[in-house]
Design a protein around this ligand. Structure first.
Ligand code: AMP
Ligand code: GLY
Length: 421
């Protein structure tokens, strides 16, 4: 069958790479894609939020399955748009996408379905006094979240109560635009973070490999937040016993909760977790795969991913099996100098071919006059396998050193915190 994949990052390159190995695939289109995805299919110049244009393309190219990489088209209703057509979408409709699109919605959902999460209180301009009173009942640090999507920047963690009160007012006064006209104040969860990934057809589910990502730009988790500087899977502290708890206390109640609330959810659920002692707490839901988590999660899936997506589209995921690799996968992100603040584009990337020990996933790249150029902050994600984190990392770092472009930067401490636990 023909498939259209929406997106242009490392996540989409990893998905395109995996889809291209499927015996069920005839032709893969990626919109808009990057220099890496073009090796596994045809990049097409469509706007991922122009659903009419996407429909015309699918109809002209005999394409009946759309896989959505990023959250934007989902929150904007791509799955709703195609609902009564013969084109199937892997990704939730707007109602399900609210799990990511509204922090308040996701907190209410968790509370209603007894899914462990931090206590919270929602504040708008109308109940600011109550919000301040709630903040005063909490211990530092204070967690403030813009309700809506704020390009990953809408969460503030503050040590001082007066700062938190000030920031709360600024958020309500438009610090993150419309996204922060409602603010969720949360209890601070003190533990270690990891993420779990689920694929569901709305009836049953498959749990994909878990991962840990590294969000800050600097070594030792310092400096500004980024989209993600690297990831590791499996996560050594996610023992079988802990993963069982995650399934029983989080995954099953989430799938059952969606059913009870009549949200017919098809697609990925990315569950950000805090492990406190031996217990999982949900920090957030995303309605898509993570990036760069996808670059370690997807390569560890041995099964045909298109067959799993067909199971989602045809409501028979329960009949499919999923086989996972026992190996460790590590990914190290090469970024443009200056990222996540201002950076330059159009730098020539060399050393990108012939890296037999790694999978080189492109993120912000483009092909121009047969040259691969940088085209974003996060440029290349270097994934490697090994029978230990160390051996996988050794390969990722060796390849990361070999690939070059002006201003290249990567964190050399990815995964190192997991070695002595
Ligand atoms: P979110 O966008 O909700 O994932 O929040 C971004 C990051 O803020 C998370 O990955 C956590 O590191 C941190 N965070 C969010 N909520 C909490 C919380 N309640 N307690 C501690 N850390 C949090
Ligand atoms: N790496 C975090 C995310 O994709 O949201």
């Amino acid at each position: 069958m023909n498939v259209l994949l929406l997106g242009s990052g490392g996540r989409e390159h990893a998905l395109a790479w995996k889809l291209s190995q499927s015996t069920k695939l005839s032709k893969l289109f990626i919109a808009p894609g990057n220099a890496g995805t073009s090796k596994h299919g045809e990049n097409v110049n469509l706007s991922i939020n122009n659903f009419t244009e996407i429909q015309q393309f699918c109809e002209s190219n005999n394409t009946k399955l759309i896989i959505v990489g990023p959250e934007d088209p989902l929150v904007n209703g791509v799955a709703d748009f195609f609902e009564n057509t013969n084109i199937k979408v892997i990704g939730p409709k707007k109602d399900g996408a609210l799990l990511e699109g509204s922090k308040e919605f996701s907190k209410k959902f968790m509370q209603k379905h007894n899914i462990p999460t931090a206590g919270y209180f929602s504040v708008s301009k109308n109940n600011l006094d109550e919000g301040i009173a709630f903040l005063k009942t909490l211990k530092a640090p204070y967690v403030l979240k813009a309700d809506g999507l704020a390009a990953g920047k809408g969460v503030l963690i503050l040590d001082d109560l007066n700062d938190a009160i000030l920031e709360l007012s600024e958020m309500l006064n438009g610090k993150f635009g419309e996204a922060s006209s409602l603010v969720v104040i949360e209890e601070f969860l003190d533990g270690i973070e990891l993420s779990t990934f689920v694929l569901t057809d709305g009836i049953s589910y498959k749990i994909l490999p878990e991962a840990k990502d590294y969000k800050r730009i600097g070594e030792g988790d310092t400096g500004l937040n980024t989209g993600g500087m690297g990831a590791i899977s499996p996560v050594p502290f996610a023992t079988e016993e802990f993963k069982k708890k995650v399934e029983e206390k989080v995954v099953i109640p989430t799938i059952e909760g969606l059913k009870k609330d009549k949200i017919n959810y098809k697609g990925f659920i990315f569950i950000g977790l805090m492990k406190i002692g031996d217990e999982p707490y949900v920090i957030e839901y995303n309605v898509r795969m993570g990036d760069p988590e996808t670059e370690v999660v997807i390569p560890r899936i041995k099964s045909d991913i298109l067959d799993l997506f067909i199971g989602v589209a045809e409501n028979n995921l329960s009949e499919k099996t999923i086989e996972l690799s026992e190996d460790y996968a590590t990914t190290v992100m090469l970024v443009s100098g200056g990222y996540p603040e201002d950076y330059q584009k159009n730098k020539h990337i060399t050393g990108i071919e012939d890296n037999p020990n790694s999978l080189v996933f492109h993120a912000g790249t483009k092909l121009e006059n047969k040259k691969i150029l940088t085209n974003g902050g996060r440029v290349i994600s270097v994934t490697s396998f090994g029978n230990s984190i160390e051996s996988a990392l050794e390969k990722s770092f060796a390849t990361a050193k070999k690939i070059n472009f002006e201003g290249k930067y990567f964190r050399t401490d990815i995964g190192k915190d997991l070695l002595n636990l």
